[in-house]
Design a protein around this ligand. Structure first.
Ligand code: ADP
Length: 869
């Protein structure tokens, strides 16, 4: 027998491959077939039977790979060859299990490398938007590759572990809230050996659970939870594959987060106008955050002096000193300063500058940040300006603000605003500051009641008098409020005193004056009333009520127009419509038909009251009864008229004598003819006609005298002014002519109407004609004449009476209209003619004037004419 090294496994076979003997160390590892002389085929795994086809003779001279059934139930991998021996075959085999395993491992490692690089590349290269989708697909693929049934990736989020991706799986997973705390308890270092975990198993009882950590340093960044069955795969390979997956995912997510943070930071800085700055002392140049530099309009790198030139001059020295201190002593820098805009003209912006020293040696630098605080600073400035204004206002106002502290049921003065001094003269501080001492003795009760009300109701308001330092008293309006603490207990009283002395005194004065006016109105003998533009009375005093024969209370609502004629009312309303804000007053004499009286004449003064738009709201009127005066005036006129008639007596006698003479002549002549018997009918007829004409002439004069002698009508009428001229001439012409006075009458073509009494205008004309006659006779003028003419336009007529009697002495011109002014001898002149005439023309709304013409006096009567429209 050949001695063989005791290695591997040796099997001696007969030609039929029956195992005759076994040797070698591997022998004990074989699972021996049960029955006696087994064949080699009974020792090997079924798939090795392919190698063992035929007989041992067929198998020689080639390597044989045979997998034996091992006693452990596994497989013993062997390789060997068959050697022919005398009478038998020797099968020499070596264990190649290790070799196979190694190959297997390197294959799997290769596959693993491929897998991991594929995973990493996919996750690294996809766009960020697709990252979640790719992560899910890759997870799906990994899970399938490992032949696991499901997988889930958890990442550390703000609320702990959160699922980032999960494979589509039929399992019902526990929530992140349940899974997370368990993951936190796992220790990654201990995971490598066993990926399974009992606690997780409890959460997912349906399947084997495996967890794989991905850590950077000692910190787990991600977990992969897999539900088995898990492909026989080494823990290291699984961890590697997972790391290849997790690394790009975690880093991309972290990068994204970082980018977002930086964007947020940038936008925040931009919005706040904030940014960093740095000054490398070795470089002597200041670096600014680019965003900040852009907003300031300066380069991102600039020298210290350039930088200081942008600091507002008022803050420059402080900035320089603070930077020096920071550089020298390392004191932290906190400074608010103004920076000028790039055009230097606009309002500077306020910045908060903070800084500290960092690094040492070459690396020593000052760094910090700047923050735009213009808004806050602006508000601060506004607030302090407003506060200053308020303080100023309080100090200069006639109001004192005070505080009284509540101490055991009493109020003690604690504070007075500065306005106490100007208002009452008391100093703001001092031991004796008890306002109660200043209260007027008569107002003590008010003061005590105020304190009680304040404590009971929490607020009080009142008016009382306070004594000032000089002993005078001021009326103050007090408004006070009690402030309580959280528990509702009184703490202090805050109040305000408003000096209302002037207002109080004015109100008092007003009351007194109102009372005075009320008494005045009621006791006045004049008629006083208020009425609307429609003439409805709003108020009327007693005298008015007396005239209207009713009580004062009944007056309200009555219409003033009811006592006026239509013409009067029309004129009255027309006059009111002329009232304006600028000319609110108008006076007139009005004529009323009062109950039980013939006519009453009132002198009536109106004053219009207007609203903001200038519309007439109400009229206040004061009236005086002028009836008596009117009557007297009328009587005067009447007497004057009679006097005129008397004066005209000579003229009138002539006026009547003339026709009488003519008639007498006619009668005498007719009688002569009758006596002579020489009478023809024609002759007699002629004489009788002449007598008749003269009778008519005489009766016209007498008629007119009667008319003239009558009293004037109460109301004025419209008439043609030339009629008055003709009336006057009918009474005077004959007399004048008999005195040799030539009448130059220029009858007008057309004329308007004037308002008044024709007889009165006639009287005026008679006065003027008589005066002219007297002047002519007194002058003994050779060719005396009186001229009468009229001219008219649309507004007025003018009647001219001129004579050639030498005129009026210029210095007397102003006086001739005065009553009782006369140059005629006593008993001849009354001096009333012109004065009455003046009154008449004035009453007609016209004007009587005089001047000296070329030959004598020239009188002009100017009257308004009735408008044609
Ligand atoms: P009497 O005629 O009674 O004197 P009047 O008032 O009529 O009163 O006139 C006042 C005065 O005016 C006259 O006395 C006269 O001196 C003067 N007078 C009036 N008319 C004329 C006139 N036509 N020419 C000159 N003087 C005149």
């Amino acid at each position: 027998m050949t001695s063989l090294p005791a290695v591997g496994l040796q099997l001696w076979l007969d030609d039929e491959a029956r195992v005759q003997r076994l040797a070698g160390p591997l022998r004990s590892a074989l699972a021996l077939p049960g029955q006696g002389q087994a064949r080699l085929q009974d020792y090997v795994q079924p798939y090795s039977l392919l190698v063992l086809e035929g007989e041992p003779l067929d198998w020689q001279a080639q390597p044989l790979d045979l997998d034996f059934k091992a006693v452990s139930g596994g497989t013993l991998h062997t390789r060997g060859w068959l050697l022919g021996q005398p009478g038998s075959w020797l099968l020499q085999l070596f264990d190649i299990g290790d070799l196979l395993q190694h190959r297997q491992q390197s294959l799997s490692a290769e596959r693993q490398r491929h897998l991991t690089s594929h995973l990493a590349a996919e996750l690294r290269d996809c766009s960020f938007d697709r990252l979640g989708q790719v992560a899910r697909e890759q997870l799906q693929w990994l899970v399938r590759h490992w032949r696991a049934s499901a997988g889930r990736i958890l990442l550390q989020g703000k609320q702990g572990w959160q699922t980032y991706a999960s494979s589509s799986d039929p399992l019902s997973w526990p929530d992140d809230d349940e899974l997370g705390p368990l993951l936190d308890r796992l220790i990654p270092g201990q995971m490598a050996s066993s990926l399974s975990h009992a606690a997780l198993q409890a959460l997912l009882p349906q399947a084997d659970t495996y967890v794989l950590p991905y850590a950077q340093g000692h910190i787990v960044q991600a977990w992969l939870v897999c539900v088995g069955p898990f492909e026989p795969l080494s823990a290291a390979d699984a961890l590697n594959a997972w790391a290849a997956y997790a690394e790009p995912l975690v880093s991309r997510l972290a990068a994204f987060e970082l980018q977002q943070q930086s964007e947020r930071l940038d936008s925040l800085q931009l919005q706040l106008g904030a940014g960093w700055w740095q000054w490398r002392l070795s470089e002597a140049a200041l670096q600014l955050d680019p965003g900040l530099a852009a907003s300031l309009g300066v380069p991102a790198q600039l020298t210290i002096s350039q930088w200081l030139s942008r600091v507002h001059p008022a803050d420059r020295e402080a900035a320089q000193l603070a930077l020096g201190e920071l550089q020298r002593d390392g004191c932290a820098l906190h400074l608010s300063l103004r920076l000028l805009d790039h055009n230097l003209a606009a309002n500077p912006r306020w910045y908060r500058l903070c800084g500290q020293v960092r690094g040492s040696g070459q690396q020593r630098r000052l760094q910090g940040f700047m923050l735009d605080v213009s808004d806050i600073k602006g508000q601060q400035l506004q607030a302090s300006a407003a506060q200053a204004r308020l303080e100023n206002l309080i100090a200069s106002s006639p109001a004192v603000i005070y505080i009284q502290r509540y101490v055991e049921g009493a109020l003690q003065a604690e504070f007075f605003s500065a306005s106490l001094q100007p208002m009452l003269g008391w100093e703001q501080t001092g031991e004796t500051l008890q306002p109660g001492q200043w209260v007027h003795p008569e107002d003590h009760d008010l003061w005590l009641a105020r304190t009680r009300t304040l404590l009971r109701e929490g607020q009080a308001r009142g008016r009382y008098r306070l004594r000032d330092r000089h002993g005078g008293y001021h009326w103050v309006l007090d408004e006070a409020r009690l402030l309580r603490d959280d528990l509702g207990l009184p703490v202090e009283v805050v109040g305000i005193w408003l000096d209302v002395t002037e207002a109080s005194e004015a109100a008092e004065r007003m009351q007194v004056s109102e009372e005075r006016y009320r008494v005045l109105v009621e006791d006045s003998p004049a008629m006083i009333c208020r009425y609307t533009p429609e003439l409805n009375l709003v108020f009327g005093n007693q005298p008015l009520a007396d005239y209207l024969e009713c009580s004062a209370a009944q007056l309200a609502g009555m219409n003033l127009g009811q006592w006026m004629s239509a013409t009067q009312r029309e004129a009255f309303v027309e006059r009111l419509s002329g009232l304006t804000v600028e000319q609110p007053v108008s006076t007139a004499e009005i004529c009323l038909a009062l109950p039980g009286r013939e006519h009453a004449w009132w002198v009536w003064a109106d004053r219009g009251l207007f609203d903001a738009q200038g519309r007439l709201l109400e009229i206040q009127a004061v009236g005086r009864d002028n009836t008596q005066v009117r009557r007297t005036q009328q009587q005067l006129l009447q007497s004057a008229k009679m006097a005129t008639l008397g004066e005209m007596a000579t003229g009138l006698a002539h006026e009547i004598n003339q026709p009488l003479n003519v008639m007498r002549m006619a009668v005498v002549n007719a009688l002569k003819r009758l006596e002579n018997g020489d009478v023809q009918v024609d002759y007699l007829q002629d004489k009788l006609k002449r007598i008749d004409a003269q009778v008519q002439r005489a009766s016209r004069v007498v008629d007119h005298m009667r008319v003239f002698g009558r009293r004037s009508e109460v109301e004025q009428q419209w008439f043609a002014p030339w009629q008055a001229v003709e009336g006057a001439l009918s009474l005077l012409a004959g007399g004048l002519r008999s005195k040799g006075v030539e009448l130059r009458v220029d009858t007008p073509q057309q004329q308007g109407s004037v308002s008044g009494h024709q007889d009165q205008l006639e009287q005026v004309l008679i006065n003027l004609l008589v005066n002219a006659r007297d002047a002519l006779l007194a002058q003994r003028e050779q060719q005396p004449w009186i001229a009468l003419r009229m001219d008219a336009d649309e507004q007025r007529v003018r009647l001219w009476v001129e004579d050639n009697g030498g005129g009026i002495e210029p210095r007397l011109l102003e006086r001739i209209f005065e009553p009782f002014f006369t140059t005629k001898p006593v008993g001849v002149g009354t001096g009333l003619g012109l004065s009455v005439s003046y009154g008449i023309i004035d009453g007609m709304g016209g004007c009587l004037s005089v001047d000296n013409g070329a030959h004598g006096a020239r009188f002009c009567i100017e009257l308004p004419v009735q408008s044609t429209n």
